[in-house]
Design a protein around this ligand. Structure first.
Ligand code: LLP
Length: 413
């Protein structure tokens, strides 16, 4: 079933009218479909069934407890990048033995927390980090499992800010160095080498770079597998792209599987992966209300209560998000959809054909389930939006809107 569709001229999330949710919970409002999340998770695991991947959902994409709980129920593991994300995942009921911990700058406290919780492995970005993890594991009297992150130097052909697997990026180790890094780390106390990790970028619309990377790391995997009995995993990261624009062709899981399965089977390792956006990107919309329509000599501005503080992707990456009218309309106007924040960069859509919005109309910004609320801020002292989950005909509040009191609750005078 399509997640966001018009039924009798009203945009629905599953079977729930967005106008009803806006009325009950106010705007701006994030709405996520749990059925969409289940479908995406199952589609991916089914396509890769031959290698039974451990799907470690990337918590950074959308870390709401209701979303994480749904994924726990499906048997997912989690990819985390901070102590805060570990806390969120465990609170949602995650099995620590299915958690992998990434990131270039883990602190000693975060390392201790994860070692004590006995996560599956740390993905390690540098030799000094391996040394630090060994020291902490020794101090705690535990063994820590690690997988070095390899930078395979392939071009993922995505936006430069979300490309991570090229030699010029800060992430991972180059292939030449990784074997020695593994040998060095294997000799450290309280460390076990679990595998190798890579993540070449985000929003990839072509599966080929994944396979290029796998082919590049295959000889190294073979060598490490032979030398180290603990070496079991290839973690291929996240990055599967989704449809943001009408002309986008997202990676179909079946096509992704056709491209990478031969190489994965050849490696003969356990497979882990870390999809974020693929699972949640199109499960969510940001619902807002038009405050004013302003005719400037140069162009029309639709001023809404949705701002860069709620969804920063257009301002930060010039990302395209489809905008729909909640009440179906035929006409269009050309202009910008902007928010109330005091920045020229505060826009959701620029120079676009928009539905012919009138003051008071409701709008929906699509594909806002990933990197939406999690990147929201309180800039201009704007309360962050509420979040609601829907499932078929049912819905419930998943996070209250920030209150004014929340804005100052940590401040001391
Ligand atoms: N694994 C690692 C190590 C990552 O760094 C990331 C994302 C993922 C998995 C999940 O990637 P995904 O499947 O969602 O593409 N804020 C940006 C995206 C930043 C992605 C950072 N790392 C955006 O809004 O497009």
């Amino acid at each position: 079933m399509d997640t966001f569709t018009y039924i009798d001229g009203q945009l629905h999330a599953d079977k729930v009218p967005l106008s009803k949710l806006a009325e009950e919970f106010g705007t701006p409002l994030y709405v996520y479909s749990l059925s969409h999340i289940r479908d995406r998770y199952r589609e991916l695991t089914a396509a890769l069934e031959e290698v039974s991947p451990l799907v470690c959902y990337s918590v950074k994409a959308n870390s709401n407890q209701s979303v994480l709980r749904e994924l726990v129920g499906l048997g997912a593991g989690f990819d985390i990048v901070s102590g805060g994300e570990l806390f969120r995942a465990l609170k949602a009921g995650a099995d620590a033995s299915k958690i992998v911990f990434a990131g270039v700058g883990k602190t000693a406290d975060e390392i201790d927390y994860a070692i004590n919780e006995e996560i599956l492995f740390f993905t390690v970005e540098s030799e000094p980090e391996a040394v630090r993890i060994s020291e902490r594991a020794k101090a705690l009297g535990k063994t820590a499992r690690i997988a070095f992150r390899i930078n395979p130097d392939v071009d993922p052909k995505t936006h430069k800010y979300i490309s991570t697997g090229k030699a010029e990026n800060k992430f991972g180790l180059d292939i030449e160095r990784t074997f020695e890094a593994c040998e060095m780390a294997a000799a450290l106390p309280n460390i076990e080498i679990s595998g190798l990790h890579m993540h070449i970028g985000s929003q990839l619309l072509d599966p080929q770079p994944f396979d290029d990377a796998l082919q590049k790391v295959a000889p190294l995997c073979a060598k490490l597998k032979e030398e180290m009995p603990s070496f079991q995993y290839i973690d291929i990261g996240g990055g599967l792209g989704i449809k943001y624009q009408p002309d986008h062709q997202p990676i179909a899981p079946s096509k992704f599987a056709d491209t990478v399965l031969p190489s994965l089977k050849e490696l003969g390792l356990k497979v882990a992966m870390e999809p974020g956006r693929f699972i949640v990107g199109n499960c969510g919309v940001l619902v807002g209300r038009v405050l004013y329509v302003k005719d400037n000599p140069m162009k029309q501005f639709v001023v809404a209560d949705t701002a860069m503080t709620d969804l920063i992707r257009p301002s930060l990456y010039e990302a395209y998000h489809e905008v729909m009218a909640v009440k179906e309309t035929e006409g269009t106007i050309r202009g910008d959809l902007v928010g109330p924040v005091c920045e020229s960069g505060d826009f959701i859509a620029k120079d676009r054909d928009l539905p012919d919005f009138k003051q008071g109309d409701l709008l929906a910004v699509l594909s806002a389930g990933a990197y939406g609320f999690v990147m929201a801020s309180n800039y201009n002292s704007r309360p962050r939006p509420a979040e609601v989950v829907v499932d078929g005909e049912s819905y419930r509040l998943a996070r209250e809107r920030d209150s004014f009191e929340d804005l100052i609750s940590r401040e001391k005078v």
